[in-house]
Structure formats: structure tokens, C-alpha cells
Design a protein around this ligand. Structure first.
Ligand code: ATP
Ligand code: MG
Length: 433
């Protein structure tokens, strides 16, 4: 076990998103000291701090602070929350707690974790967990670079503990699992490893490939649940910088993970998927974006493949139905008028529509223009105003509003004045006939 003294004050200053947390941490430390329970930081915060020191790189402040207690966390938190305003928001089956605290009117979310041992009984299934010693808690982790801890309270206050030569691997830039069966136990680690590799520009260690081989031999990726698989892929989109997405997908593809997970993916979709998501910034919600991302990844010839990602039957059938609608018009696409294209697009709910833009590059340009622009074009005049102008109540109003919209989209009319003229012209023509 390698132990190195570090400058705790510098560590805390560097990693804390707000210096108000200093006082909170010192309180937490006092309580753990009194209770003789070891409190420490683990995971991303420690890794990123060391990376910053090593490479003088600007690493963004960590989004989550993982604080681990070797001891009885529930009773520890009870004591802590008697002294600080806050509450437990969520308690998980893995002995972890999400805690919200309020410091001088400002709220913070902190993840508290019980130092634990994990036992994997079935391939690729969630483990049984038991409260345990910090050494077990280190050894349950995914990669050596994520298995470093920094103590906040005695007996290792201000000490960096490295059981697995994680610091060496940080220096060498290596993504190395802690044991060769690691990906059999939990194949999600492979996707995590890819994210760290690309994020930090690291390499996979030899052990990474050996562990991968074992995972393939045991068909562990096939046994990973659809929800967990989908979640890992979504993290490519939500947790990593946008510019890394192509690399993340290519690496996943080249390691043959999609095939091993029994997911039919079309590599040719990657570019149009990425560019479409870029173009839609601000136009769709994060949830919609995630869905389009997963839909867009799969090979459009094998949409049944989406069952593997846990999508419900109804959604997959809808997507297949709308895909057919586009296919029927595809050979004729260039010959359709703008308005005819719009009429097709309007039949399809946005998420499916955007996905089809990924499958069929031929319609993509029109589709994006429709989505960003034409879709939003509405007449200035309302139905009531049309009636005032002399239009009869009933079907005619809808038809006229639609005509105004068409002419606006086609650029034939621009403002409310033009709309009124169009209506008057329409009424005049009618009275003439
Ligand atoms: P990030 O910067 O992406 O948040 P992180 O290392 O903090 O990186 P988290 O997903 O926040 O990653 O997890 C925190 C820590 O928990 C990791 O550093 C790792 O030690 C451990 N961990 C998370 N997921 C796993 C897993 N599937 N198997 C083993 N250990 C894991
Ligand atoms: Mg984290």
C-alpha cells in the first residue's frame, strides 16, 4: 500500500465547487473523527486532482463529490444533519445516500457512500454489497486511475492511498482494470473505460484487452440488461464533450462491442447522427436528444434491434411505420414540391422524423429546414379575424389559414397586410364565381 502525504488544503480548494463547503467538510471530518470512522474522497475527484497536478491541465471542477465513510453511514448522517441544515434525498440499495445541504441559503448535493465490498454472483448482473473496510472499497472499483483515495479524517487525514499503482497508470496514461474478470462481472465498465480513454487521451493497457477477451468468452455483454446498456451509451452523449462523440462511437465499434452486445449498428449513420444532433441544439430537449441518439445508432434495416435497448414495442412499431412512409416517397423525393414534402413531414412526430433524417440522408436537408423553420410558421391572422374580414364560419377558415401558411412558407407573402390581401382576394374571387 503506497501512502503519500498531500496538501489537503490545496486539494479541497481545487476540487470544491464553492468554498462554503470547506466549513461543512471540516464539520464532517470532526464527526467522523469523534466516531472513529474513516472518511475519505474517492473516484473522479481524486483522479482529476492528480491529473491536474501532473499535467497542469485545466480540468473542469468535478460535478459530483464522492465522499466515502468506512462505518455506519446512516447514523453518521443523522449526527451530521443535526448540525447542518439539510436532508437525505435518496437512499440506494448500494448503501449510498444522496444528501442535499443548505449552507447560508445555497444548496449543494453530495453523494455519501458506505465503504463496501461487492460480490458478483451472476455474470453481468448487479452485485450484492456489504459494508466493509476501505481496502475492499478500493478493490471493487473499475480502473486503477479511479481507485485512488484521499483521506479526510484519521487515521489517514491528508494521505493519498494507492493500492493498485493507480498513480503510475495516471502518469503512463493507461486505462487498466483491477482484475481480469472485471468486465465479466460488470461489462458497463468497458464503456466507462472508453469514455476515460477518449476524455483524457489515454491508452488501453494490455490487461484491458485480456479482460475484454474474457468478457467475450463468457458472453457477458449479451447478458447485460437493455436498460443498463442503453444507459451506458447515453453517457457518451451526456457526460462527454461533444467533440469526442465520433471517437467514442468508433472505438466502441472497433472493439466489436455492439456486435458482442447483439446490437445491430450502422457505422455509416455515425456522421449524420452527430451532425444532426449538432444542428438541433436548443431545438429539442435532452430526453428527446437521447432517444434520437439511440434510435439513430441502430441499423435502419434491423429496427427490431431496438428491443435490445429496452424500447417498448409500441415505439418500435411506430418508427417502422413512419420509415415506410418516407421510403414510399424516397425515389420521387426531388420531384416533390416543398409543400408536398412538408405535408409528409407533418404526419410524423418529431422524434421519429428526426431519426429518419439520420437513416435517409437524402431528406435530411429538407427535414432540418422544416424542423427549424417551416414547422414554426403560423398565420398572423386568427380565425376570428378572418370572420371579421367576411369569411364564413366553418371549414373555409381552416382551409384559408392553411393557404396563408403555405404562401408564407413559399415566400409569396410576408406580413399581416399580405395575409389580409390574400383573404380579400379569395373573397373577391369567390363572389365573382
Ligand atoms: P466522472 O468524471 O465521469 O464522474 P468518476 O470516476 O467520478 O468520473 P462516477 O461514475 O462518478 O465516475 O463514479 C465514481 C467512482 O465510482 C468511479 O471513479 C469508480 O471508482 C467507481 N465506479 C463507478 N462505476 C463503477 C463500476 N461500474 N464498477 C466499478 N467501479 C465503479
Ligand atoms: Mg463522478
Amino acid at each position: 500500500m503506497k501512502k503519500t502525504k498531500i496538501d489537503l488544503e490545496d486539494f479541497l480548494k481545487t476540487i470544491l465547487p464553492d468554498q462554503k463547503l470547506l466549513k461543512f467538510l471540516s464539520l464532517a471530518r470532526d464527526i467522523s473523527k469523534k466516531r472513529r470512522e474513516f472518511l475519505y474522497f474517492a473516484g473522479g475527484v481524486v483522479r482529476d486532482y492528480l491529473l491536474k497536478r501532473l499535467y497542469k491541465k485545466r480540468i473542469p471542477k468535478p460535478k459530483d463529490l464522492d465522499l466515502v465513510l468506512q462505518g455506519n453511514l446512516k447514523s453518521f448522517l443523522k449526527e451530521l444533519l443535526e448540525k447542518v441544515k439539510g436532508q437525505i434525498l435518496f437512499e440506494s440499495q448500494f448503501l449510498t445516500y444522496k444528501v442535499k445541504i443548505n449552507l447560508n441559503g445555497k444548496e449543494f448535493l453530495i453523494d455519501f457512500i458506505t465503504a463496501r465490498k461487492e460480490i458478483y454472483e451472476d455474470i453481468a448482473k448487479l452485485p450484492k454489497v456489504f459494508a466493509s473496510h476501505f481496502e475492499d472499497d478500493i478493490l471493487r472499483r473499475d480502473f486503477t486511475i479511479n481507485a485512488l483515495i484521499i483521506g479526510l479524517s484519521p487515521p489517514y487525514e491528508g494521505v493519498l492511498i494507492d493500492l493498485v499503482e493507480g498513480e503510475e497508470d495516471l502518469k503512463k496514461g493507461l486505462i487498466k482494470p483491477l482484475y481480469l474478470n472485471s468486465f465479466v462481472d460488470d461489462p458497463t465498465r468497458i464503456f466507462r473505460g472508453i469514455r476515460y480513454k477518449i476524455r483524457f487521451g489515454f491508452n488501453f493497457s494490455e490487461d484491458f484487452f485480456l479482460a475484454l477477451k474474457k468478457c467475450f468468452e463468457k458472453s457477458a455483454l449479451k447478458k447485460l440488461s437493455g436498460t443498463r446498456l442503453a444507459n451506458e451509451l447515453k453517457l457518451y452523449l451526456t457526460k462527454e464533450p461533444e467533440k469526442n462523440l465520433k471517437n467514442l462511437l468508433m472505438t466502441t465499434y472497433e472493439l466489436n462491442l455492439f456486435e458482442e452486445a447483439e446490437l445491430k449498428i450502422n457505422k455509416k449513420n455515425f456522421n449524420s447522427l452527430i451532425s444532426l444532433l449538432k444542428e438541433l441544439k436548443g431545438e429539442i430537449s435532452e430526453r428527446e436528444k437521447e432517444k434520437i441518439f439511440l434510435f439513430g445508432l441502430v441499423d435502419s434495416r434491423f429496427l427490431e434491434s431496438l428491443y435490445r435497448l429496452g424500447f417498448p414495442d409500441s415505439e418500435i412499431k411506430e418508427l417502422i411505420k413512419y420509415k415506410k412512409l418516407i421510403e414510399e416517397n424516397l425515389s420521387n423525393w426531388e420531384k416533390l414540391s416543398l409543400w408536398e414534402k412538408i405535408k409528409i413531414f407533418e404526419k410524423i412526430p418529431s422524434i421519429y422524423l428526426l431519426t429518419l433524417g439520420i437513416y435517409f440522408p437524402k431528406i435530411k436537408k429538407d427535414l432540418i429546414k422544416f424542423f427549424k423553420e417551416y414547422r414554426k410558421v403560423k398565420p398572423e391572422l386568427t380565425g376570428e379575424e378572418l370572420i371579421k374580414l367576411g369569411v364564413k364560419e366553418g371549414k373555409e377558415i381552416g382551409a384559408l389559414l392553411e393557404l396563408i401558411r403555405k404562401e408564407k412558407i413559399e415566400g409569396k407573402i410576408k406580413n399581416e397586410e399580405d395575409e389580409k390581401n390574400l383573404v380579400i382576394q379569395f373573397l373577391l374571387n369567390k363572389s365573382k364565381n
